[in-house]
Design a protein around this ligand. Sequence first.
Ligand code: COA
Length: 181
Amino acid sequence: MDLAWVFGLWSLVFGPAAMRHCIYPGTFDPITYGHLDVLARAAKLFDKVTVAVAQSGGKAPLFTSEQRVEMIATNVAQWRHVTVTTFNGLLVEFCIAHQADAIIRGLRALSDFEFEFNMALMNRHLEPKVETLFVMPNEQFSYTSSTLVKQVATYGGDVTHFVPANVASALRAAFAPKRDA
Ligand code: COA
């Protein structure tokens, strides 16, 4: 029997299969290959992925949230089920408002664990319906962070191993005037 026919019949009787939606939150100032590695794993596991860019994330970002969204959007264009947007306020409220089932986070090294553990438990306390899932990005990105990338770029170092081309050129543009001054 044709599989598509079986799925069609199944949907008719039991309703459409639930769509799994996850949120990948962060400040992404800027997005790195490490973040994109996490995103690629999320894109494989979920029917829908929303990258949620924290407007400040308690930090003083170099790039505006619009610039960060634009940089990410260019790099997720190959996944039709991945979208990018900004958020402000509590992450779990954003998840509920967007009917998301889960938050996905990357664990780069043991040093990430305590912060992630506390955040996951706090989010669960605030909203038990939303699960937090962890994936491990490729070990080649275990020491990558947005701050380190910005630090290298400040002094004109090569960051193309850590960030996509559009991000590298945005970093060059952001830091060139300061270096030339
Ligand atoms: N590859 C590369 N770098 C990574 C990475 C990966 N896979 N995973 C994390 N990082 C880096 C980030 O680049 C970032 O570096 P930086 O500190 O130099 O900028 C650092 O690790 C921390 O990033 P991340 O873990 O994504 O946290 P964040 O600070 O960017 O975002 C929020 C945290 C926005 C998700 C969190 O503060 C939040 O949910 N805020 C909303 C308010 C709220 O609900 N609070 C209650 C939650 S308990």
